[in-house]
Ligand binder design. Sequence first.
Ligand code: FAD
Length: 460
Amino acid sequence: MGETTRATDGPGGGARALAEAVRGPVLLAGDEGFDAECANFQTSVPHRPRLVVGAACEEDVRLAVAFAAERGMKAAVQGTGHGPGTPADGGLLITTRRMAEVGIDPHRRTARIQAGARWGAVARAAAEHGLAALSGSAPHVGAVGYLLGAGLPLLGRTFGWAADRVRSVRAVTADGRLRTLTPADDPDLLRGLLGGRGGLAAVTEVETGLVELEGIFGGGLYYGAADPAAAFGAYVDWTRDLPPEMNSSAAVVPVPDAPGVPEAIAGRTVMHVRIAYTGPAERGRGLVERLDAGAVLMGALREMPACESGSVHAEPDTPVAWFGDTAVVRDLPGEALGALGRAVAPGPGGPVIAEVRHMGGALAGAGQAMAGHRGAAYFANVLTMPGGKVDPGAAGRVREAAAALGPWSLGRLPTFLPSGESSTPEVVRSAYTDEDVALLRRLKAEHDPSDVFAFGHRVD
Ligand SMILES: Cc1cc2nc3c(=O)[nH]c(=O)nc-3n(C[C@H](O)[C@H](O)[C@H](O)COP(=O)(O)OP(=O)(O)OC[C@H]3O[C@@H](n4cnc5c(N)ncnc54)[C@H](O)[C@@H]3O)c2cc1C
C-alpha cells in the first residue's frame, strides 16, 4: 500500500482507493513530500498537479493511468524532469524515479531500462560487459525520456540515433492496458513513442541495443572566444571533412569571474570544444590538432572508458532554470555564425550560451525512430545561462538567435523542444516531418481519443 497521508476525497477525489491499490506514494497538493515528488530538473517549468503518484512498479503506472482515464483527468509522466513539456497543472502526475532497474543481456547486447533509470546507471552496467550505451551529453538525464525524443547521442555520428536501436517498449495506453510493443508487431505506435515524447502512453520499460565499445578518446578543450562568431567559424571549418568516428561540439560561454572558476578562463568568453572519438587515440589527436582556434587555455584529451563519457561535456547535475531554443541546420555559413555570436555577446538580461553540435555521419541514415530531420549538418542550441531563474531579456536574445537561424533551419529536435509556454503546437511540429505529424495525429486518435495524455509536447 502507498504511503499517502492525506489522499482522501476533495480535490483528488477517490485518491484514497488509489493509494491503497498502489505500492508507491499517492500525494495531494499540501501533503508532505508533494513538492519534492513533483520537482523537475528544469526548475523554471514546475508541475502543479492535483495528484501525484510515485510509481514503484508497472502495475502502479497502469492503475494510475486507469484512475485518470476513468475520472476524465489528464495525466502526465515525469522521468527525471530534464525536459518537461506543458506543466501537468491540475492533472495527475506519474513519477517514475522509483522504477530505476537496469538489466544487461550481454549475449543480445541489450539493456532493459526501467522508466526512471538515468543514463549513468545504464552506462556503468553496460561497461561491465565491454558494452556502451548511446547516452547523450549528460549521464543524469533519464534514459527513457531521452529515447522518447529519439535521443541524439554523444557518439551519434558513429552510431546513429539512440532510439533506432530500441528492441521493445512496455507501455500503458490510455485504455489502461499494459502492452509490449515491438518493431515487428507495432511499428507505427513504436515510431510514435520513439520521438513523440510521451503523448501517447506511459512507458514503463524499454529494451534497447548497446554497442561494442570499451573506450573513447576525448575530453574538453577551452579556447579564447573574444570574437564568438570567429571561434564558431574555426570549429565549423574544422568539422567539414571529419570521419564519422569523430563526434564533437563547441559551446561558447561567457564565463563569470567568480570564486571557484579556474583562473585560465575566469571572466573570459571561451569556446568549450568537446571531443568523443571512437577510433585510435593517436588518429583522434591528429585530427584535433587541425582545429585552428588558437591556444588551448585549459583542458586535455585522454583515453577513457566509454562509461566516463559524461565527463566530455561535464554538464552540472544540480537542478536549474534556463530557457533555450534550438535549430537543426543544413549548414552554418558566416551569417548564421554571426547570429550565434550576437546571442552570446553581452546584452540585456545577462549571459547567454550558444552550442553547435556536429551531426551527419550515421545520424543521416534511415531508422525506426521519429528523429525528425536526419539530413541536418549541425544542431544549434542557444540558452540562457542556467541558474536560479530565467531573465526575460536573456530569453528574448535566445528567441532572436533561434529566429535568425531560420534561413538554414530544418526545424527542431524532439529531445530539445522548449518547455512550458514556449512549447506551442507550431514549435512542436517543427521537430517532425509532415508525414510524422500526420502519424502522431492518427495514433492520438486511435490510442488516446479522450486525450488522457494531454500534457507534454503536443502537435495540436
Ligand atoms: C543537461 C541536459 C543535457 C541533455 N543532453 C541531451 C543529449 O545529449 N541528447 C539528447 O537527445 N537530449 C539531451 N537532453 C534532452 C533530454 O534528453 C530530454 O529533455 C529528455 O526528454 C529528458 O528526459 P527526462 O525523463 O529527464 O525528462 P522529463 O522532463 O521527466 O520528461 C520529458 C518528456 O518525456 C515524457 N516522459 C518521460 N518519461 C516518460 C515515460 N516513462 N512515459 C511517457 N512519457 C515520458 C514526459 O512526459 C515529458 O514530456 C539533455 C537535457 C539536459 C537538461
